[in-house]
Design a protein around this ligand. Structure first.
Ligand SMILES: NC(=O)C1=CN([C@@H]2O[C@H](COP(=O)(O)OP(=O)(O)OC[C@H]3O[C@@H](n4cnc5c(N)ncnc54)[C@H](OP(=O)(O)O)[C@@H]3O)[C@@H](O)[C@H]2O)[C@@H](O)CC1
Ligand SMILES: [K+]
Length: 534
């Protein structure tokens, strides 16, 4: 199961379709957006509802600015003192924004937003960023000092981490998305040549709360987006459609393919084969194997070279062990047709043996997870993608991705100077199309795509943040969970997306202090909770 994330173009198309069908007007949508934002602010900070204060509303030249004028009107009606500013020419506002600007003008003043600093009044407890939303196309360079003041006002100029701030500084609420962040990619747009190392303080707003409308946008979950959104609140504005795009992006919010086992025999749940490295290097593969077994593969076998047999034998109980020195030996093991999923990479070493085993594994047309050292071996080949097929899953982190797909990685990492910018979803889709298989591109914003263009994001941000998951061996466990899900019969994209979700969920369930060994051991608790809700 999953929630749909939208791009700016998809959101515009949904709005337009609803307006064209006569279901709703643009003005009604804007009113609901503004009203909903105020309700979200009051829900987040009840003290602001009890004691209205002073608010600054910064409105931009598009419909995001129109939302801002609705907020100005609603807050005034609730007893707030409102200072409203416009960046741009009122005469050029789009029609709905223009209407709300004119409504506001009957109530209060509008001042031109200066670009050389924010005329901040003492006692301001709320700043509303309604400068740019899904229509951002260029960097905010011209707003430099004023933008910096928004960030400084919000934390007293001290650059304090959000959690260390006192309540005496105003809250910053961004409508739809913090201005300066591209809604499709989550990247901060920067002028060509701008120094990214100088940080984001002159380039985009950092908000305590973002109120987005209808559906979250991909940029709320990718790249710089989550770091600048604070809390993300989704507000229904009366749109019912989600669109019927082939290029939908899903946010994984529950795994699929984990319903109760209906048949009782272990072979009904697949047999996963995990290839290990040599003596002293088998720990990673054993972690993968344990995870594959815990996630429900019926049988799991480690296949080790002769030198590592004793080491593995002393460590494994429910996981079986077979000797596998080379490709020929693996071909022999694969005569057992019940082996239906393989995992290569964790701790295997970058070696001829790994390369040899990978050739045999791929030729068998079984489902194959290629991780870690297997990806490095693959990247070193003249044609890395020859032999891959739609039953394969690649699991690169950023460095491995750059080695496998250097041109795509360069494009992704190039400074984003205009919107919509090339996103991690675009990059993962392009990589999956080129490789002809499923690609899981790791990170706090893990993106999974397959060759058909399907894409999803597994998030480890907002309330799913698990910084303690960045621990040695965590990736080996993920590879094992994917392999186990493949053995159980899930298709590659479902196996991979479910595994990524379970991996984060296990870390959330265990909590800080986690080491990789804890992840497989926490899976039963996670699975149990899922089955209880089934
Ligand atoms: N449509 C609806 O019914 C609803 C819409 N809603 C709201 O509308 C928002 C989308 O509105 P929007 O499309 O007008 O885009 P928005 O982000 O306000 O600005 C675009 C303008 O900014 C300009 N511009 C861009 N970058 C710039 C820069 N760096 N510096 C200077 N200018 C720049 C750009 O110029 P252009 O690129 O065209 O030259 C254009 O003029 C959406 O996020 C949501 O909040 C909700 O009310 C729900 C109902
Ligand atoms: K905004």
């Amino acid at each position: 199961m999953s929630e749909l994330l939208l791009t700016a173009a998809q959101m515009r198309a949904i709005e337009q379709a609803a307006i064209d069908a006569g279901e709703i007007t643009g003005l009604q949508l804007m009113e609901r957006a503004g009203q909903g934002a105020v309700a979200a602010i009051e829900a987040m900070w009840p003290e602001l509802e009890r004691a209205p204060g002073r608010a600054m509303i910064l409105c931009g030249p598009g419909n995001n600015g129109g939302d801002g004028f609705v907020v100005a009107r609603v807050l005034t009606g609730k007893g707030w003192d409102v200072d409203a500013f416009l960046y741009g020419d009122a005469g050029k506002l789009p029609p709905d924004a223009r209407t709300n600007y004119e409504r506001w003008c009957k109530i209060g003043q509008v001042r031109t937003l200066p670009t050389d600093g924010l005329p901040f009044k003492d006692g301001t407890s709320l700043i509303i960023d309604a400068l740019f939303g899904t229509g951002l196309t260029r960097p905010l360079g011209a707003l430099g000092k004023t933008l910096r003041d928004v960030c400084d006002a919000a934390d007293g100029g001290r650059g304090l981490p959000r959690e260390d701030r006192t309540p005496f500084f105003p809250y910053v609420v961004a409508l739809d998305i913090p201005s300066g962040i591209c809604a499709d990619s989550g990247k901060i747009l920067r002028a060509a040549g701008a120094d990214a190392a100088k940080g984001s303080r002159a380039s985009c707003v950092a908000a305590d709360l973002v109120t987005t409308f209808h559906r979250p946008k991909a940029g709320h979950y990718l790249a710089d987006g989550p770091r600048h959104c604070g809390t993300l609140c989704i507000i229904g504005i009366g749109l019912t459609q989600t669109g019927a795009w082939r290029d939908h992006i899903r946010l994984i919010d529950l795994p699929v393919g984990l319903s109760k086992r209906s048949k009782g025999h272990k072979y009904d749940h697949g047999h996963a084969l995990i290839l290990t490295g040599g003596m002293g290097r088998t720990g990673a593969a054993r972690l993968s194997a344990r995870a594959a077994l815990r996630v429900g593969a019926g049988l799991v076998t480690c296949a080790a070279p002769g030198s590592a047999m004793m080491e593995c034998a002393t460590q494994l109980t429910s996981i079986m062990l077979r000797r596998c020195d080379d490709g020929e030996a693996l071909a022999g093991l694969l005569e057992d047709e019940r082996i239906n999923a393989l995992c290569l990479g964790p701790g295997m070493g970058v070696s001829d043996r790994t390369s040899d085993l990978m050739d045999v594994a791929l030729a068998s047309k079984r489902r194959v997870v290629l991780d870690a050292d297997a990806l490095t071996v693959l990247a070193g080949r003249d044609d890395p993608f020859a032999g891959l097929h739609d039953g394969c899953v690649l699991t690169p982190h950023g460095g491995e991705f750059a080695r496998l797909f250097p041109d795509i990685s360069d494009r992704l990492n190039a400074p984003a100077t205009k919107g919509p910018a090339y996103s991690k979803v675009d990059a993962t889709r392009d990589a999956a199309a080129r490789a002809g298989c499923t690609v899981l591109f790791k990170g706090p914003d893990t993106v999974i795509a397959d060759a058909s263009g399907g894409a999803c994001i597994n998030t480890a941000v907002y309330d799913r943040a698990v910084p303690w998951l960045a621990t040695a061996g965590s990736g080996d466990v993920l590879a094992g969970i994917i392999t186990g899900m493949l053995a159980r019969g899930s298709c590659p994209i479902n196996a991979t997306s479910s595994a990524a979700w379970l991996h984060v969920e296990a870390a959330r369930t265990f909590g800080p202090g986690l080491i990789a060994e804890d992840l497989p051991e926490t899976l039963p608790q996670v699975l149990q909770a899922l089955l209880q809700n089934d």
